[in-house]
Write a protein that binds this ligand. Structure first.
Ligand SMILES: [Zn+2]
Length: 424
C-alpha cells in the first residue's frame, strides 16, 4: 500500500519517518545485482549511502525522499572498472538535489502558472536555488526544443527593462524577439543595442530569414539597422502605439518648456498648464464638451503663443493617421504631416516630431498595408513583466530568459514529462 502511495517504479519502501519538518520516505532500488559494464562479471556491493532529495509535498507536508543508494564494485581483479553508483533517472537525475517528478512539477508551477520561486520553495520546504536550478534544468530543455517555433512571417523586436542594477540602479535592458503574427515570444537576448538580435537572427539561418515578410519595431535606430542588415527584403513596420506615444511625449515636453518660460518654475498645482496635462494627452474624441471647454480655457491662460495648442493639434493629427485604413493615402498623409510640422513658425518639439516622421515615413505608412503591428509584442512584454513581478526582479539573465519563454514562448508542455534535464 505504501509503495503505491510513494508511486515510484522499482523501489522498495524501507520506512517512513514523520518528522517535525518533513515527511521522510526511505527507499531503495528493487533491482538485481548488475554486471560490470566492462567485463560483465557480477558486481559486489561496496557500500551504501543515503541521498536526501526534495520531493513533492505529501499530505500537505514538505517531503524528502531518502534514497539508499548503492555503490558497486567489480569483483574481477584485473578489470579497469573501479566502483560506480547505481543510477535511476526515474527517481532523480544524476547530481540533482530534487526528485525527477518534483523537478517537472516545479517547472510547471513556475513556468506555466508563473508562481514565484519563493512561493514554490516554501511549499517544498527547500531553498530558492534548488527550485530555480530545477526550472533552469527542466524548463531550459523545454524552451530549447527545436520544434518550439518554425517559420515566422512577421517578426518584432522590442526593448524590455530587465533589471535595475548597481548602486545607481542603472537600468539593464533586454530585447524581446517575437512572432508578431502568432503572438509568441521566440527569445529574449541581453541589451538593446542590436548586437544580441543580430547574432540570434544569424543563428536561425538564411532560409528561416527569407520567410520573414514583415519586421516590426519601435522608433529605434538600432533595431532598424538590425533589420536592414539581416532581413533587407522584409517590409519594416512601425507600430502605431510608438508613433502616438512619441507625439504625446513631444506635447508633454512642449508643455513643460512653455510652463517654465512663462512662469519661471516647474508646474505646480494651480498652474493652468499643469492642470491641463491629463486633458492634453487624452484622445480628443474622449473629451466631452465640458472637458474640451476646460482645456481651451486653461490653454488661453497658460499658453500665450499657442505653442502647446500647436503641439496638441500635431498629436491629434498623428492620431488621425490611424483613423483611416487606405494604404495608398498613408504615405501621402505622413509626408504632408511631416512637412507641415517641420516649419520654422512651430515650436521646436513639433518640428522635431515632424523630422522623426520624415525619417520613418516608409515604416510608418507601411502599417496600413501590413496590418501587423507591435501590438502583440507589447502584450508579450506585459507577460514578461508579470513574470518579473512574480520573481521580484531577476539577477540572472539565464533564469529570466527561461522563465519568460516558459510563460510566453509557447513551449510544448506535453514534452515536459519526457525532456532530459540539463545542468547549467
Ligand atoms: Zn569488470
Amino acid at each position: 500500500m505504501c509503495e503505491i502511495r510513494v508511486g515510484l517504479p522499482e523501489v522498495n519502501v524501507l520506512g517512513v519517518d514523520d518528522g517535525d519538518l518533513f515527511l521522510e520516505i526511505h527507499v531503495e532500488c528493487r533491482r538485481p545485482r548488475p554486471g560490470c559494464r566492462f567485463c560483465g562479471v557480477l558486481a559486489q556491493l561496496k557500500d551504501q549511502r543515503i541521498v536526501t532529495l526534495v520531493d513533492l509535498p505529501c499530505f500537505g507536508k514538505p517531503t524528502r525522499l531518502a534514497w539508499h543508494k548503492r555503490r558497486w564494485r567489480c569483483s574481477e581483479v584485473d578489470c579497469p572498472n573501479g566502483s560506480w553508483s547505481e543510477e535511476a533517472p526515474r527517481i532523480a537525475a544524476p547530481r540533482f538535489a530534487i526528485t525527477d517528478r518534483a523537478g517537472r512539477w516545479i517547472t510547471e508551477q513556475v513556468g506555466r502558472c508563473a508562481r514565484s520561486v519563493n512561493e514554490v520553495a516554501r511549499e517544498l520546504g527547500c531553498d530558492w536555488h534548488t527550485v530555480n536550478d530545477a526550472v533552469l534544468a527542466y524548463g531550459g530543455a523545454l524552451v530549447d526544443d527545436p520544434g518550439r517555433f518554425g517559420a515566422v512571417a512577421a517578426l518584432g523586436l522590442d526593448e524590455v527593462l530587465f533589471v535595475r542594477e548597481g548602486p545607481f540602479r542603472r537600468p539593464q535592458f533586454s530585447t524581446s524577439i517575437v512572432d508578431v503574427g502568432r503572438g509568441q515570444l521566440l527569445d529574449v537576448v541581453p541589451g538593446r543595442s542590436g548586437v544580441g538580435p543580430r547574432v540570434w537572427l544569424a543563428e536561425q539561418g538564411s532560409s528561416w530569414l527569407a520567410e520573414v515578410a514583415y519586421a516590426t519595431l519601435d522608433l529605434s535606430g538600432s533595431y532598424r539597422a538590425v533589420f536592414d542588415a539581416m532581413v533587407p527584403d522584409a517590409t519594416q513596420v512601425v507600430d502605431p502605439f510608438h508613433v502616438v506615444k512619441l507625439a504625446n511625449d513631444k506635447l508633454d515636453e512642449c508643455r513643460r518648456r512653455v510652463q517654465n518660460e512663462t512662469f519661471g518654475h516647474r508646474g505646480r498645482k494651480p498652474d493652468p498648464l499643469y492642470r491641463c496635462r491629463r486633458l492634453l494627452t487624452k484622445a480628443d474624441e474622449r473629451l466631452d464638451d465640458k472637458g474640451r471647454g476646460k482645456l481651451l480655457g486653461l490653454l488661453r491662460a497658460g499658453d500665450p503663443h499657442s505653442e502647446v495648442a500647436t503641439a496638441w493639434h500635431a498629436k491629434e493629427a498623428v492620431r488621425e493617421l490611424y483613423g483611416h485604413d487606405d494604404p495608398d493615402l498613408a504615405l501621402t498623409f505622413v509626408d504632408r504631416l511631416a512637412a507641415d510640422m517641420d516649419d520654422a513658425v512651430h515650436p521646436v518639439e513639433v518640428r522635431s516630431l515632424g523630422r522623426t516622421l520624415k525619417r520613418w515615413r516608409l515604416q510608418i505608412a507601411a502599417w496600413h498595408r501590413a496590418k501587423v503591428s507591435n501590438g502583440p509584442t507589447e502584450a508579450m512584454n506585459n507577460l514578461i513583466k508579470r513574470v518579473k513581478r512574480g520573481a521580484f526582479g531577476f539577477r540572472d539573465f539565464a533564469s529570466y530568459r527561461v522563465r519568460a519563454l516558459l510563460y510566453a514562448g509557447r513551449p510544448d508542455w506535453s514534452l515536459l514529462q519526457s525532456v532530459t534535464p540539463t545542468v547549467r
